[in-house]
Design a protein around this ligand. Structure first.
Ligand code: FDA
Length: 389
């Protein structure tokens, strides 16, 4: 027999938050993950040569305005005072992002006041209206005008999507924030920082409970493993954070995702780019950005003074075996998702959660916040009849 009250599929922030809450309510939880490490996409490791913390699945910056989430995560880690800022290289000149008064004045070689800049951008944006925009390009021009669009958005977006912006739907962008101040902070949230001892230490502390067992390298669809879909669904409550289309054997067809490719390199210089993230706005550079991990932790004195690690990021549509990163979310995808949601009604003991289980981009604080709510509203009631309740 299975000596557990709850099965959690996936050890990312959604799954681990559910597991931690259930265990602290006295329930025995098994967490399985097909990867050989916990933490989902937030996992990071110390590079063995340099000791620099590398985020394996792309840069992860923690930020939230949700006080409940902030207090919850602070039980497992403290945070540094890191504030995220991003720059972009366009035609060999570096500008601050998101587009702000500094970007505008540098780009137009001007000294506009906030009001003057507002008027200039409004005039440049009048070429299209948001309501009439037929594609991403027209919508972006309606929001920020053609000159800024062509410099900072057009080619970068084409690289992200491997698609010309005139062929992307207008809905891909809802807004393009322009700040009419020199504030270049990337996030406006009340709380921001990076985990002092790194992401993996934080994640391991969430899983470190006598009632939680973690089994890595274990795929929920592998029937040679004791914990698999056929064996447990209907027997035990399940929280499933893998891809929703995979759960139903792609019965309504595969959902579209974008994936990223990363290439890392140790460079024998103390500092490669002087900042954590440099975007490359132009079409002639094939990658979208370069991350330099030492800059996420300027407080770490143990980092080497003579070497640094950089990681180039490339973006493309995901094939069957690629890691799914961002939902493409075409109208076709949305209609498949509705069919999968209907199929979920036949699985009353299974909660579909997290970014793969709901086919939604979720920041870490959103995945954690959603797990806290879903635990209270859905999982705790499912567990109330379990032996250890
Ligand atoms: P997550 O994907 O982390 O975990 C799901 C787990 O399920 C995985 O470990 C997977 O192996 C496992 N799994 C899937 N199928 C399985 C199966 N059949 N059997 C067993 N296990 C299975 N957020 C933020 O706040 N700030 C940021 O800067 C970033 N940056 C960022 C960059 C990139 C490139 C991405 C893709 C994402 C971010 N995020 C982010 C978002 C962050 O990664 C996200 O919020 C969390 O990963 C969500 O956690 P989940 O638990 O939902 O999924």
């Amino acid at each position: 027999s299975l000596d557990f009250d709850l099965v959690v599929v996936g050890s990312g922030f959604f799954g681990l938050t559910i597991a931690e809450r259930a265990a602290s309510d006295g329930h025995r939880v098994i967490v399985i993950d097909r990867r050989d490490h916990i933490g989902g996409n937030a996992y990071s490791h110390r590079d063995p040569d340099t000791g620099i913390e590398v985020h394996n699945y792309g840069a992860h910056l923690f930020h939230t305005s949700n006080r409940t989430v902030w207090e919850y995560v602070n039980r497992f880690t403290s945070f540094t005072s890191y504030q995220h800022r991003v720059h972009t290289n366009h035609h060999g000149v570096v500008y601050p992002l998101p587009i702000n008064l500094g970007t505008i004045n540098q780009f137009f070689a001007s000294a506009h006041s906030p009001e003057e800049a507002r008027r200039l951008i409004a005039e440049q944006a009048s070429e299209f209206t948001i309501a009439d925009a037929r594609n991403l390009e027209e919508k972006a021009i309606a929001l920020i005008g053609r000159p800024l669009y062509e410099a900072f958005i057009r080619d970068y977006t084409a690289k992200q999507w491997q698609t010309d912006p005139t062929e992307l739907p207008a809905e891909v962008i809802s807004r393009l924030p322009v700040r009419y101040t020199y504030d270049s902070r990337y996030f406006n949230d009340a709380f921001e920082g990076l985990p002092v001892d790194g992401y993996t230490a934080w994640i391991e502390r969430m899983a470190d409970h006598p009632l939680i067992e973690v089994r890595l390298g274990t795929d929920f669809f592998d029937e040679s493993q004791p914990i698999n879909k056929a064996a447990v669904v209907g027997t035990l409550p399940v929280v499933y954070t893998g891809p929703v289309d995979r759960y139903f054997d792609y019965a309504a067809g595969p959902l579209g995702w974008r994936t990223l490719d990363f290439t890392s390199e140790v460079v024998p210089v103390p500092d490669f780019q002087g900042t954590p993230v440099m975007n490359y706005a132009d079409a002639d550079v094939p990658y979208t950005r370069i991350h330099e991990f030492r800059h996420f932790h300027p407080e770490r004195e143990e980092y080497p003074k003579d070497r640094t690690i950089i990681m180039r990021e490339y973006s493309r549509f995901a094939e069957a075996d690629d890691e799914p990163y961002y939902p493409v979310n075409t109208p076709d995808d949305r209609s498949k998702l509705l069919q999968y949601r209907e199929m979920q009604a036949s699985q009353p003991d299974v909660l579909f959660g997290g970014r793969l289980g709901t086919y939604q981009y979720l920041d870490m604080h959103m995945a954690i916040g959603s797990a806290l709510t879903q635990y209270a509203n859905k999982v705790a009631p499912m567990l109330s009849g379990s032996p250890s309740a």
